[in-house]
Design a protein around this ligand. Sequence first.
Ligand code: HEC
Length: 386
Amino acid sequence: MTNPYRRISRVTMLLFGGIIFLSTFSDSRAESRWYDQALVEKGKSLFLQNCASCHGLDASGTADWKKTDANGNFPPPPLNGTGHAWHHSISVFKTTIRQGGIRLGGTMPPFEAILNDSDMDAIISFFQSKWSDEIYEGWERRYPSTETQSMAPAEESNSQPDTQAAEMTALLKQRLGGQNISPPVESPIDGIYYVSFGTKFGYLIEDGRYLLMGNLIDLKNGINLTERELGKAVVTELGKVALSDRIIYPAFGEEKAILSVFTDTSCPYCQKMHLELPKLQEAGISVHYLPYPRGSTQGPGYQSLRQVWCAKDRANAMTIAKRNRGKASAKLPAGDCPGADMVDRGYQIGNKVGVTGTPSLFKSNGEKIIGYVPYKDLIPRVVGNL
Ligand code: HEC
């Protein structure tokens, strides 16, 4: 059986989530190409029935297949060798056909209830028959004998981890519609890598053969490693924001903690929280405001946030703007100074760290607290030890 599980239990860690199964394959070796003409014929009719409506009659896909449409979805790519498909092993093809792309954020439907294994062999042989010899040979070099590869002990299959992980990343990229996917990074567990896309983490197991989505928890030490990694990414991102770009309400007396708050002048709960800032300051919490205009440049608070970031006394301007419920105020300067660009940047930074609404609060370890929390409940969460 597969050994990742053995390893996991050895280090007392658990991975929660869904396994996306990316490998079961047995290939038959052939002299030139692995299929014969009869299989291609069978594949052709199955392809026309099931795939051609999207991928085209001759598997040529959509011309502009690398560009997402208005909904951020990728169009059906070519399978005829002109696209990226030849980077995939047969097992990856089968997984794609079986499961489709919907579960990974794409739009291709699953065919597992419609096509059996030999149907899929036939279909794959059909679109591979469109491949030039050059493409086919490149693919064959990449996957010389997938069968022996999948039976090989983990140590030996380590020879290709980078290609495999890179391939996985490419596949994920295509399926996840252009989201920002990190290169694979080693996790604390042998042979397991993690990749992040946006603010989600996934774990690649066995050189990228499996992808596991969910939380990695160190039971021995009681730490959610996924959350900790996410927190680190947030800390790095927030650390890039200069102090002069934030509006800081310093702790009264000794500073026990810093709380970063993405805020919008037009948001009622931000206005409510603003009135409670002195309570937080009294408790030793320095509050660092970052602008997050809900609705971006079209948002109701956008102009007034710009006004605030142009004011000499921003802390006071924020109070005025929030009292004015985010409407542009004659009491404040126009929002056209260079400093106001921070409002646009704040929006981008917020999106990077997973802000979807305001207020969004981040402790200095990167832990996120979503939404308004009354100061009495908030203080212990921020100054308490984790
Ligand atoms: C409703 C449209 C639709 C149908 C039907 C469809 N596909 Fe797809 N296919 C897509 C889209 C769109 C993608 C890109 C990933 C995504 O969005 O899910 C894709 C991706 C793929 C990929 C990955 C290609 C690569 O370069 O990584 C393969 C392989 C594939 N399809 C094969 C098939 C086969 C075989 C069939 C028929 C059994 C089929 N598709 C039916 C829309 C479709």
